[in-house]
Write a protein that binds this ligand. Structure first.
Ligand code: UD1
Ligand code: CA
Length: 460
């Protein structure tokens, strides 16, 4: 039977250099906490258990992550990486292979981890290492004369000769649980930092002739950690670059791959075009031939085939029907569904409304809590007065209705099919189908009326 995978995520570090009240691993990268990325990579190995070692921030971390099936282990005080794994050891399946990850190293790829797990399943210690031009601060990989890994020496404990080694420990390793737990019992804190170093188990493995197999990431960004806001910002750019590259490879046109941000999951059909400075949040689906203009924000949106979103539009929690045209400067709020070939124009706000086939709301309107039929035209400056100060009410506008400019539809109200509403009307009673309804004061002309003139100041 293949041994199951148990993942241990180390996340008890203080994160002092973030200068933040938020635990470091909860700082978002691409809209998701750092540790969320690590858990997602772990998930792809179908692990039997995921154990997170945490310390600072108390229950904020388990609560924010919100995954009940994870095993949360408090490490207090924090006496080093070896001490951290010791806290998790009783929760591990002795038959498993253990994969050790860092909660602040978010971009590790599941493919890299899979390789390491395979080696550990054969009984080896798989150790992820990289060569750095400047290895300062890292644990150095000390090899013997045959090139085999012998031990890891931490920077602060290293001799001048060892400091000259460029191959460093990333901290990520995979190994059989039984061996790990036995070695953990023998750790001491007799070193420069007075810490229990997890890295000391490597010399124990070597002494017992357990194979130690170095693995290497496909790219350096996989193993970069976040200790400061600057490093977080840098990794955010790296990640966004990777996401943009993947879209290009898949056939999406990005007018500038450097100017797109994806904080969630963006899926695109064929021949999608995305102009500059767009932000995609949550789950966004763009079907075939969709065009997104510059400076749009889309949050949990489905855009059907051939629809076009013009610049500066903000759309959240909505479905945009095929062939529709939205924007520029449209705001579409949650619960809105546009059917096919609708036109929503500049400075139009829609909320929780259904708009039928080929209907047009082209300028300066607010339509909320409304059902709009097909082939309806709503003139400039029309609003649904859906809120009476206490409750929200619904507006029904039936097929082929035509609402003139600057109308107020006081909900609850119904505008019948093919009704016409004269411009400037305040409609507080339902308007019958097929008729013209006008509700506005008649214009009067006062013949011979004179404008007031300024009085002359009295002379002194
Ligand atoms: C560790 C490694 C070092 C490696 C480096 C890579 C040890 C002794 N050293 O260095 O060889 O080159 O990572 O970055 O393992 N943590 C806890 N509890 C603790 C201490 C740390 O959970 O008591 C967590 C931190 O939150 C972090 C990770 O372990 O996610 C690494 O800790 P950090 O202090 O950054 O690494 P070093 O010990 O300096
Ligand atoms: Ca440390």
């Amino acid at each position: 039977m293949t041994p199951p995978v148990n993942v241990v995520i180390l996340a008890a570090g203080k994160g002092t250099r973030m200068h933040s009240d938020l635990p470091k691993v909860l700082h978002p990268l691409a809209g998701r906490p750092l540790i969320g990325h690590v858990i997602a990579a772990a998930d792809r190995l179908a692990p039997e258990r995921i154990c997170v070692v945490y310390g600072h921030g108390g229950d904020a971390l388990p609560q924010a992550v919100g995954r009940d099936e994870l095993i949360w282990v408090m490490q207090e005080p924090q006496l080093g990486t070896g001490h951290a794994v010791q806290q998790a050891a009783p929760r591990l399946n002795p038959e498993a292979v253990v994969l050790i990850l860092y909660g602040d190293v978010p971009l590790i790829r599941a493919e890299t981890l899979q390789e390491m797990v395979a080696l550990a399943r054969e009984g080896a210690v798989a150790l992820l290492t990289v060569r750095l031009a400047n290895p300062a601060g890292y644990g150095r990989i000390v090899r013997n004369s045959q090139g085999g890994v012998e031990r890891i020496v931490e920077h602060k404990d290293a001799s001048a000769e060892e400091l000259a080694i460029h191959e460093v420990n990333t901290g990520i390793m995979a190994l059989p649980a039984k061996r790990l737990t036995a070695w953990l019992k023998r750790l001491s804190n007799d070193n420069a930092q007075g810490e229990y170093y997890l890295t000391d188990i490597i010399a124990m493995a070597a002494a017992e002739q357990v194979p130690i197999l170095p693995c290497h990431p496909a790219a350096m960004w996989e193993v970069l950690g976040v200790n400061s806001r600057a490093q977080l910002a840098e990794l955010e750019r790296t990640h966004q670059h990777n996401l943009a590259e993947a879209l290009l490879v898949q056939g999406v046109t990005l007018l500038d791959p450097k100017r797109i941000d994806i904080r969630g999951e963006l899926t695109c059909g064929r021949d999608v075009i995305i102009d500059i400075n767009c932000l995609f949040e949550g789950r966004v689906q763009l079907a075939d031939g969709v065009k997104i203009g510059a400076n749009c924000v889309l949050n949990n949106v489905e855009v059907a085939a051939g629809a076009e979103i013009l610049p500066f539009s903000h759309i959240e929690g909505a479905r945009i029907g095929a062939g529709s045209r939205v924007g520029p400067y449209s705001r579409i709020r949650p619960g809105t569904e546009l059917a096919e070939q609708t036109h929503i124009g500049n400075f139009v706000e829609l909320k929780n409304s259904q708009v039928g086939f080929n209907s047009k709301i082209n300028h300066l309107s607010y339509v909320g809590d409304a059902s709009v039929g097909s082939k309806v035209n709503i003139g400039a400056g029309t609003i649904t007065a859906n809120y009476d100060g206490a409750n929200k009410h619904h507006t029904d506008i039936e097929d082929n209705a035509s609402i003139g400019s600057n109308c107020v539809l006081v909900a609850p109200v119904r505008i019948g099919a093919a009704a016409t509403i004269g411009a400037g009307s305040v409609i507080s009673k339902s308007a019958p189908a097929g008729e013209l309804t006008v509700a506005r004061a008649k214009a009067v002309t006062i013949a011979g009326w004179k404008r007031p003139t300024k009085k002359m100041k009295e002379e002194r």
